[in-house]
Design a protein around this ligand. Structure first.
Ligand SMILES: Cc1ncc(COP(=O)(O)O)c(C=O)c1O
Length: 381
């Protein structure tokens, strides 16, 4: 098997031959809930699709290889992956989480994890502050880098050092960069989380989520939880993500090019007061980011001069869609304070810099001139 990501995205046929000798180039969709047994006490290797399904397994192999993991588990959404991952913990456990996070994650911590006896301390992301937050009940560290939506960068390797020293489970959400641009397992994370709904799927047409690991014992615990909880990805959705992953590299490069062009355009715009994009020269965290990632990605966040400007942009865009989500071929723009982060308490949102003037943009693969023209007319003079 090649070590090149571009090849890994497209070609992972060698594992499939034992089930499929038709020569089909596109991996078959095994749209079945259950599998017949050859005899009593015998199995084809497949018994029931909640536990194993060939199409899902094929996708899991591809995603594991892209993240340099030994195993990946596919779920019905990113949040389904989060729910299974958090079942590794027990009541009384304490989690340290970076403070700027996808709002649904904060909602999960506040409304589900706390009820289940977990406590969470939010961390600024500054490496020097991490060890001081570790308590005797601390069991896990959770980070996003770059974070959603403020594009904060966290040093993965330094976080892994603290996690290792205190024997904590270290989970890194790699949704924003995808394995094309960053591989947290190589930098010491125990689990990589993805909302596969975003760049891995890439077409805004299906939800999915992934947990990727290197350690076999951890993989076994997660597989037990996954088959018991039952939030696995369906065969057809697995196939859609498999198809999406084939063009991951092309999409990541094209959307990154657009994001950079948009960021440069916004930098000179009188109605834009601040831009958070790793590809801009004055980006805070650039040095750490460049050490641990191979690209800047296609997510950018910016502040407009007033709330009215932000609302006008959302109302006036014609090519970009005003919609939640990110990472697809269509460019999307969203308003974190009332959408993705609406459930985050106001003071937490404001502390993280999510204001009524904040817009988050996911660059797609349309022509950059059209995207810039659309933003120019939406921002006005
Ligand atoms: C960084 C990040 N992680 C996880 C999730 C949750 O994924 P899903 O929407 O697929 O459940 C999202 C959703 O936007 C996200 O942005």
């Amino acid at each position: 098997m090649s070590d090149h990501l571009a090849t890994k995205c497209v070609n992972n046929r060698h594992e499939t031959l034992k089930y499929d000798n038709t020569g089909a180039i596109s991996y078959p969709i095994y749209q079945t809930a259950t599998f017949a047994h050859p005899g009593v006490g015998e199995s084809t290797g497949y018994d029931y699709s909640r536990q194993q399904n060939p199409t899902r397994e094929q996708l899991e192999r591809v995603v594991a290889s892209l993240e340099n993991g030994t195993d990946a588990l596919a779920f019905s959404s990113g949040m389904a992956a989060v729910a299974v991952m958090l079942e590794l913990l027990k009541p009384g456990d304490h989690i340290i989480s970076s403070c700027d996070l996808y709002g649904g994650m904060i909602r999960y911590f506040q409304h589900i994890s706390e009820k289940n006896g977990l406590t969470v301390t939010y961390w600024s992301g500054a490496p020097g502050e991490l060890a001081g937050l570790v308590r005797k009940e601390t069991a896990a560290i959770f980070i996003e880098t770059p974070s959603n939506p403020m594009m904060n960068i966290i040093d993965i390797q330094k976080t892994a050092d603290v996690a290792r020293e205190h024997q904590l489970l270290f989970v890194a959400d790699n949704t924003f960069l995808s394995p094309w641009f960053q591989n947290p397992l190589d930098l010491g994370a125990d689990i990589v989380l993805h909302s596969g709904t975003k760049f891995l799927g890439g077409h805004n047409d299906t939800l999915s989520g992934f947990l990727v690991v290197k350690d076999a014992a951890l993989a076994e615990r997660l597989r037990f939880l996954s088959k018991t909880i039952g939030s696995c990805l369906a065969p057809f959705d697995s196939w859609l993500v498999l198809r999406g992953v084939k063009t991951l590299g092309l999409r990541m490069e094209a959307s990154q090019k657009n994001a950079l062009a948009i960021a440069r355009f916004l930098s000179g715009h009188p109605r834009v007061t601040k831009i958070y994009y790793p590809g801009l020269p004055d980006f805070t965290g650039a040095e750490v980011h460049l050490r641990q990632a191979r690209g800047f990605g296609s997510m950018l966040t910016f502040q407009t001069d007033t709330k009215e400007t932000a609302l006008r942009v959302l109302k006036s865009v014609k090519l970009l869609h005003f919609a939640e989500s990110l990472g697809g071929v269509e460019s999307l723009i969203t308003y974190p304070s009332t959408q993705t982060h609406a459930d985050v308490p106001l003071e937490d949102r404001e502390r993280n810099g999510i204001l009524e003037t904040t817009l988050r943009l996911s660059a797609g693969i349309e022509h950059e001139a059209d995207l810039i023209a659309d933003l120019a007319q939406a921002l006005g003079e």
